[in-house]
Design a protein around this ligand. Structure first.
Ligand code: ZN
Length: 149
């Protein structure tokens, strides 16, 4: 999918208005609250794994449009993936935000997550987009909470 600012705006608005998997998992195998003090975003990520597969993933919380939309798209992207695939996707997403991965030139499996490439120009927004991913990986690493600071 080619990047366009208009498409990015549409997707962010859509996921902010109708966040996917915005609920609690009653008996999660992993859970981790994440906080981005820079913006005031609070996102808790719930995961249910079966073997090494993320069989269900969800989030709750409040935050800016970018943090919510990113969390919503993160849940859609990692559901059904293996833990190894999820960690690889986190590395690629984080690399893109840090400007280390060029989504047009480098190989990656980010799919529509590459829409977030424009965020790297706005350093204060990078943590908003990355928050739910840090909470996801934090949960898998059995952390009790994470902060982007
Ligand atoms: Zn934010």
């Amino acid at each position: 999918m080619a990047y366009s600012n208009e498409l990015y705006q549409q997707v962010i608005l859509d996921h902010n208005r109708k966040p996917r998997n915005f609920r609690k998992i009653e008996e999660p195998t992993h859970v981790c609250p994440g906080h981005n003090p820079l913006c005031g975003d609070h996102i808790t990520v719930y995961i249910h794994t079966e073997g090494d597969v993320v069989s269900d993933v969800s989030f709750e919380g409040s935050g800016c449009a970018i943090s919510k939309a990113s969390a919503s798209m993160m849940t859609e992207s990692v559901k059904g993936k293996t833990l190894a695939e999820v960690k690889k996707m986190f590395e690629e997403f984080h690399g893109m935000l840090m400007g280390e991965l060029d989504v047009d030139q480098d190989q990656h499996k980010l799919g529509k997550l590459s829409l977030f490439q424009g965020v790297k120009q706005y350093s204060s927004r990078v943590k908003c987009a990355a928050l739910s991913w840090h909470a996801l990986v934090g949960a898998l690493d059995l952390k009790t909470e994470i902060s982007t600071e």
